[in-house]
Design a protein around this ligand. Structure first.
Ligand SMILES: *[C@@H]1O[C@H](CO)[C@@H](O)[C@H](O)[C@H]1NC(C)=O
Ligand SMILES: *[C@@H]1O[C@H](CO)[C@@H](O)[C@H](O)[C@H]1NC(C)=O
Length: 251
């Protein structure tokens, strides 16, 4: 063995040692930690992370968010039960981050964004919507254009078993508006009549705001709850110090 080969071997050993132990970073590469809590940096860092974060990561226990599937969701309305099956929700990857505020001391985090979402699945419905008696089952596709959302999270800090610090979610609330338009493509609202199905569907689309307000909230609640639980899991895996380069407040 020549000296050179031996030297390379030692070098490789040290390089891999350094990589394995010196850089035992848990955060994925798409996390670009800010060195301060300026809106400017936080918005950019969040925007950088969104398209990758929503792809999920089995290694980190983070589930796929775009698309995600709502297996079954019953929406009880006045006199109508609408049940969604295998509703596939897509579009979060293209979310545009409008604002991020993080007050580390006050344990307060705000995220505002807008996005276009599509929900596609099958449904059945029985009862009435507005004036119309409904008895249908078929395909349903709902498109939301520029849905705007603001999530307001109360955070806390926790230490894990290894003594590493983490963000955690104490509670949250959110507000949203349906944005520019919600459109519905729903087949077979009336099993008896295709004509009537088309007429009512046109009516629903003309009155999308009213309809969305009547039956959109459970779907949005579901999506936000899933997103928050996913973010929470991520926080419990990735240490605070890998998310932001600002000393953690006393806790
Ligand atoms: C934070 O500071 C480090 C070291 O100076 C730098 O490499 C990194 O780009 C900074 N991060 C941001 C988001 O500006
Ligand atoms: C949503 O779709 C509309 C119309 O197609 C488009 O103008 C808008 O830029 C999209 N918004 C986002 C956040 O992608």
């Amino acid at each position: 063995m020549s000296l050179q080969v031996a030297f390379s071997g030692v070098l490789i050993f040290f390089v891999s040692f350094y990589c394995d132990y010196g850089y035992a970073k848990i955060a994925p590469d798409y996390i670009h930690p800010c060195n301060d809590t300026s809106r400017e940096c936080l918005i950019k860092a969040t925007q950088d992370a969104v398209p990758e974060f929503v792809k999920g990561s089995p290694k980190l226990g983070v589930q796929l968010l775009d698309p995600f599937t709502i297996e079954k969701l019953s929406i009880p309305l006045n006199g109508l039960t609408f049940t969604f099956y295998q509703g596939k929700v897509s579009g979060f990857r293209n979310a545009i981050v409008d604002d991020v505020v993080s007050d580390l001391e006050k344990r307060h985090f705000i995220l505002a964004f807008h996005c276009n979402l599509t929900i596609k699945g099958t449904y059945d419905a029985k009862g009435r919507i507005l004036l119309f008696p409904i008895d249908g089952a078929g395909d349903a596709k709902i498109k939301l254009t520029n849905l705007r959302m603001k999530v307001d999270i109360k955070t806390k800090y926790v230490k894990d078993k290894q003594g590493l610090n983490h963000f955690s979610v104490k509670s949250y609330k959110y507000s949203f508006d349906y944005g520019d338009r919600v459109s519905f493509e729903i087949t077979n609202l009336f099993k008896q009549s295709e004509e009537l199905s088309k007429t009512v569907l046109a009516f629903l689309n003309d009155n999308w705001k009213l309809v969305a307000e009547e039956f959109g909230k459970p779907i949005v609640d579901y999506a936000v709850d899933l997103a928050i639980r996913t973010i929470e899991k991520f926080f419990l895996v990735v240490p605070y110090e890998e998310l932001i380069n600002v000393p953690i407040p006393k806790f």
